[in-house]
Design a protein around this ligand. Structure first.
Ligand code: MGD
Ligand code: MGD
Ligand code: MO
Length: 699
């Protein structure tokens, strides 16, 4: 909720107390959102790179050295002309959109932009940087991303946070956990790093990175050995149990202890506690799947509640994401069919966003690749800071023949490489409709203030650019309201025709702000228990322990543990022996907020630090507070060592950790993504931010 004064200026942002999950409170970083909206550093007008101004990192506040203001009309005409020229000369696939989660509004995330690039024939972007490995893995087991409702976590007796920094990244779940604990629940956290969540847990298991599959299979070993599984649930709801039972025989607690760094006794205890406490709620977030074999890890962990029947109990089960509950009408929003009218006459090639460096520096060198990338159109994302293998990304962005447009709210690590910077609205300045990946409410976010400066929304930008390109289809003239109606597939009766949304009308959303999905309308009398009834959208119609889909691709149909190439067991460990966790910051949102002084103050203790285990520091004669050089064969940066002196280590031995920041705010103009790699995950071809080897020395 936004309060606006009589001059039209927003003066307060608050949570909506009637929203059952967020309950009226905001996280620390969003509570200060107006600092962002009215920051003097906002991009206010369209800008063009001055003739002769070199691309590359600019000091904050010195943007006028490189850019000159232009009108929207000049900017759009010039961009349209250049895209047309590139399309005519190299083929439209040489134009690459790059976007992710700047806004996750349904329209802002993917609607008019998709229509535009489909009609243009631009390459399609595979949006894998965040959750694809885990999403593919979850769907192999369950067919659809659903999970325990957030509100029901308060009924759990055991909460297992697995690769999930709830207090840091998902703070709206925390009150439910506190309530559960007041009623006697235990919280167990499985995370190599002692997060805020881990520090507050009853038991923190500091597992070695990338070894979760071994632990999950070891737990299954104990559960089946001791007869703690739910035979009725398994018989009725699952597929492939016999094969799984055979597989887990080899995962003895002793073998699992060897990989994970736990003791065999701890593996036994965890398994027994998990299987004998009901309701048991597993909060699996996306941490685990940012490792090389993270897809398999998510698959294995996701099977646990099916083995114990935890899904049957309200307050039990598991939650990775709830996004599968929202059946948006994407066909209408994205209009892939427009690709048939593009110069290609077919859907364009797909380029993986998690290998942007490679896409900009190598794609096009092999005949089967298609053309090299000649134009990059960035919106909703800051790849200069968040994409892996930053040196490769920046080499690509520096290519003199690459035409780059960036639609942004701020002068980021990416705008430094732009030919055109276009001002983008914040969520206060445009209207959108929201789904969620943590709860089951459809929400409307209505424009609260006029755009700051000449900022324009993603929908407006791509609708306009379509006009300048001469695209005549009506869909490019749709307004935000029309598109919200399309997203909801509003029928003649005025109600949505999307599955699970048939009770939703736009008028009611305007009035109420949020409306639960159909299956979550009466949680007290008719609680939602995912996957406990009906056929599932998997090949067998059941929860799959064994996957025919994987077998058909020649892959192992069952989960099995493989150590990552970049782990202590990999070949490169001889040279780079430390496992590096390139983590997010608790007070930023990926790279968002990291440029604001108030947020930087909140993050001051850990910003630009390298957290080390005392033994790893001692072996390198490094003391707390000393400057260190961190490097591998992709890059290097200097950070300040943070070594716990009197308190226990926050990491297992052999693991170091950093936090995401803006590159240009570091004296060397880089951030921790100079160290991360473009190697992709086993499932979903996602990024492997948590499978990285480095070495560290005193600077
Ligand atoms: N404050 C804050 N909140 C955020 C974000 C932010 O940047 N800041 N980002 C948002 C986004 S985009 C997302 S996707 C979500 C993500 O939310 P989470 O999935 O919670 O994301 P991460 O912090 O990437 O990873 C969670 C934890 O996994 C741990 N981890 C790393 N490797 C392993 C491993 O091999 N095994 C296990 N068990 N754990 C491992 C990390 O130490 C980390 O604490 O958070 C969202 N919320
Ligand atoms: N080392 C390391 N790297 C990571 C991660 C990690 O844990 N460690 N996490 C990864 C994960 S989970 C994710 S999701 C990605 C996220 O990567 P991104 O999606 O790039 O996320 P942000 O860093 O938040 O950058 C989003 C940008 O979009 C802009 N923006 C916001 N709203 C709008 C809008 O409406 N329109 C336009 N045009 N722009 C807008 C913001 O100003 C911001 O600069 O980062 C990944 N990178
Ligand atoms: Mo993410």
């Amino acid at each position: 909720m936004v309060t606006v004064d009589e001059r039209g200026r927003a003066i307060k942002v608050q949570g909506d107390p009637s929203q059952p999950v967020t309950q009226g409170f905001l996280c620390g970083k969003v509570a200060k959102y107006l600092d962002r909206v009215y920051s003097p550093d906002r991009v206010l007008y369209p800008l063009r790179r001055k003739p002769g101004a070199a691309k590359g990192p600019l000091q904050r506040g010195n943007e006028q050295e490189a850019f000159e203001p232009v009108s929207w009309d000049e900017a759009l005409s010039a961009i349209a002309a250049r895209l047309q020229h590139i399309s005519d000369n190299y083929g439209p696939e040489s134009i690459l959109p790059y976007s992710y989660a700047g806004t996750i509004g349904v329209l802002g995330f993917g609607s008019m932009d998709r229509r535009f690039f489909h009609r243009l024939g631009g390459s399609q972007l595979d949006r894998t940087i965040c959750s694809e490995a885990g999403g593919v893995a979850w769907n192999l087991v369950y067919g659809k991303k659903l999970g325990t409702p957030a509100e029901d976590f308060r009924l759990a007796k055991l909460i297992l946070a697995w690769g999930a920094n709830i207090h840091g990244n998902n703070v709206h779940l925390w009150p439910m956990i506190e309530q559960a604990r007041r009623n006697g629940a235990r919280l167990i956290v499985i995370d190599p790093y002692k997060t805020r969540t881990a520090a507050l847990a009853d038991w923190h298991i500091a597992i070695r990175p990338g070894t979760d599959t071994a632990l999950a299979l070891g737990m299954m070993h104990v559960i089946l050995r001791d007869g703690l599984e739910d035979r009725a649930f398994i018989g009725e709801r699952t597929h492939g149990f016999a094969q799984l039972a055979e597989r887990v025989r080899e995962y003895t607690p002793e073998r699992v202890a060897h990989w994970t760094g736990m003791t065999a006794g701890e593996v036994e205890q965890l398994a027994r506690e998990y299987a004998t406490t009901q309701p048991a709620a597993l909060r699996l977030n996306y941490g685990v799947q940012r490792t090389e074999f993270g897809g398999t890890a998510v698959r294995a962990i996701a099977m646990l509640p099916a083995l114990t029947g935890a899904w049957k109990h309200r307050g039990g089960g598991a939650a990775l994401s709830t996004s599968g509950g929202f059946a948006w009408n994407k066909r209408e929003l994205e209009r892939l069919d427009l690709a048939l009218d593009s110069p290609l006459g077919r859907p364009a090639r797909v380029v993986n966003m998690s290998a942007l460096g490679e896409a900009l520096t190598e794609l096009g060198s092999k005949p089967q690749d298609g053309p090299p990338v000649h134009a990059l159109f960035v919106y909703n994302s800051n790849p200069g800071a968040v994409a892996p293998n930053q040196n490769a990304v920046c080499r690509g962005l520096m290519r003199p023949d690459l035409f780059t447009v960036v639609h942004e709210q701020f002068f980021t690590d990416t705008t430094d490489y732009a030919d055109f910077v276009l001002p983008a609205t914040t969520f206060l300045e445009h209207t959108d409709i929201q789904g969620a990946y943590g709860h089951y409410f459809v929400q409307l976010s209505q424009q609260a203030i006029e755009p700051v400066g000449e900022a324009r929304s993603n929908v407006w930008l791509f609708g306009q650019l379509a006009q300048y390109m001469g695209f005549t289809e009506d869909c490019f003239r749709d307004t935000e309201e029309q598109m919200i109606r399309q997203a909801l597939a509003i029928g003649l009766s005025g109600y949505s025709t999307n599955a699970g949304m048939e009770h939703i009308r736009l008028e009611d959303l305007v009035e109420q702000g949020h409306i639960p999905l159909a299956f979550h309308r009466a949680p007290e009398t008719d609680p939602f228990l995912p996957y406990t009834s009906g056929a599932l959208p998997t090949p067998s119609g059941k929860i799959e322990f064994s996957s025919a889909t994987l077998a058909a691709k020649g892959q192992d149909p069952l989960p099995g543990f493989t150590p990552a190439a970049e782990s202590r067991w990999g070949k490169a460990a001889a040279q780079f022996p430390l496992e590096f966790l390139s983590r997010k910051a608790d007070n930023y949102m990926n790279s968002t907020f990291a440029n604001l002084d108030g947020h930087r103050k909140m993050e001051a203790r850990t910003s630009q630090r390298l957290e080390m285990h005392p033994a790893d520091a001692a072996a390198r004669h490094i003391a707390d507070g000393e400057r260190v050089r961190v490097w591998n064969d992709r890059g290097e940066l200097h950070l300040t060592a943070m070594v716990p002196v009197h308190t226990p280590a926050s990491l297992p031995q052999g693991v170091v950790a950093g936090r995401l920041d803006w590159a240009k705010l570091h004296p060397e103009g880089v951030n921790q993504n100079v160290l991360t790699s473009e190697r992709l995950t086993d499932l979903g071809a996602g990024a492997t931010f948590y499978s990285v080897l480095v070495e560290v020395e005193k600077a």
